[in-house]
Design a protein around this ligand. Sequence first.
Ligand SMILES: Nc1ncnc2c1ncn2[C@@H]1O[C@H](COP(=O)(O)OP(=O)(O)OP(=O)(O)O)[C@@H](O)[C@H]1O
Length: 610
Amino acid sequence: MLAQYATTLTFIALGAIFAYSFYAVLIAGQLSLGQAGFASVAAFSAATLAPSGDDVGDVPALLTAVVIGMAVGAVASVVLGLPTMHLRGVFLAIATLGFAEAVRVVLLNQEWTGGAQGLAVPRILTVGMAWTALAVVAYWFWRMGRSRYGRALEAIREDELAARSMGIDVGRHRLAAFVTSGAVAGLYGVLFAYYVRLIAPSDFDFTAAVDGLVTAVVGGSTMFLGPILGSGFQTMIPEIQRAVGVEAGWIRPFLAGLLLLVVILFLPGGLTSLIPRRTRVPSSSGGPGSAADPAPRLAARAHPAAGETVVSLTGLAKEYGGVHAVRGVDLEIRSGEVVGLIGPNGAGKTTLVNMISGLVPPSSGSATVLGTTIGRTPVHRVAAAGVSRTFQHSKLFNRLSALENVLVGAHLVSRPTFLRRLLWLPSARRDERAALEHAARCLRRVGLGDLAGNRASSLSYGDQRRLEIARALAAEPSLLILDEPAAGMNHVEAAQLSELIRSLAQGGLTILFIEHNVGMVLETCTRVVVLDFGEVIASGTPAEIAADPAVIEAYLGTADDDPGGSSVADGTLADPTGGSGAPTPDAVTNVDPSAAGTLDIPDTTPRNAT
Ligand SMILES: Nc1ncnc2c1ncn2[C@@H]1O[C@H](COP(=O)(O)OP(=O)(O)OP(=O)(O)O)[C@@H](O)[C@H]1O
């Protein structure tokens, strides 16, 4: 019975292994078409270099060939990956396709490969061996999925910039994914060679690459079962054709193309997106067996002592062409301070915090943040120094659950688990539990404990802002930067947020936050810094700022500029977002603390273009 389907089953396994080489990079959001090149160079090298089965026995000969093929595939992917890893999307696809074509043409013109005639290889692979190899590859990706490394790759796929800000070294992770892809493609090439008896460079051409990609995409790249489902589907098409007596050769590619179209249009996550994704949510009591077996803590981070300098900026400036976004800012922030950064639209607030968090290099001046010199330091290193942030426009990992988002936030304080998960070591399980409970605590802290299993994209706007804060807190930062955290929140939510910020500061956290809700800033901060035209025009306690004529003028303009007769005493906001365009379903009006009920925010125009 099995013998009857042995060939089909073997090709399902081979197709799935090849699709895994695409899955390995798709999971990190990379589109590569070089896998056919890795597979061919691995297959020809292994078939040439591996000992014969007659000399050492069939299985040792195949195993040696597999080791050679995977090593060749991995080395080729490093050689190709180093110069191309900075490319994104279609550019990476084109570069890798160019590599695969170059390999094919070179191999076609070599004597040792047999050229167009191809190379004879003994058939050693059996259906059992093929499925054993597939099981090992699938196991690898299954155990990777919930590891710290696997989550980092998913985070990169969802939002590369946010992933960098969580301390993930994107370049290293992308290269690692690419090398895995090369090794798995090498494995496929060798197994294919030792099954089909004769390999030629044309077996690894553009059509083969597209087949592998289609299989991976149809199966889905967000769950490890995707390539197996995809390959099952693809390989079964000719079998079904045969069964119904329609054996025209064009039907398979036609149906494969149609299937790809249907999947992309109606099921962008592939077949595996039909399988619900479960998130393990620890109970609020601290997890199973917590009384007798307390969860281990995550790695402790050293924080600066109270009053120590956290941020030191000297003459910091940023120009975009003719636009002076930030001009010569001198600013010092000390540990434990809650500093509010306010100013009209286009004043340079976001640009300033982007420079502090390492996202944007300054044009001139110097900045030291938690002992790290800003400028040439990559974002993930600035994050590792203790800076964590939220963004003006939410940058969540949308297809991950709320809890998974926060787990990614804990990247810097949790331990790598992938290799230990492969070996099923109990210590990996303990570390995972610690990370899960830490993430759940962060979610509860911002009031999202009940929504841990919900997809980030399904949360309301206000909850998404809170989730970003939970994710930033998960890194246990020394400096927390919040960019307009109350945008889109109603009165009650903004008041709760203000309370949360104060309680975090009481715990010793230094906070720098941009907010258009001036009342909330004056209520929450220990110090307020006002930017206008990229310059600091005032800095002081909330009471000093509220009474500062320069600040009032920056917001309201002079009497001449203010034909509408806005009164500094009316204490209400015409536009609570300051015209930033942030969604404001139940937006905040200006809170009116007694010391500060005189500010308004009518100015909405970027004004500092030169
Ligand atoms: N990447 C960029 N390229 C060109 N100009 C930019 C860029 N980023 C910001 N700017 C300009 O720099 C100035 C400051 O912008 P920035 O976003 O820092 O102001 P902001 O105070 O944060 O404003 P808002 O409150 O509206 O967010 C604006 O004039 C803006 O148009």
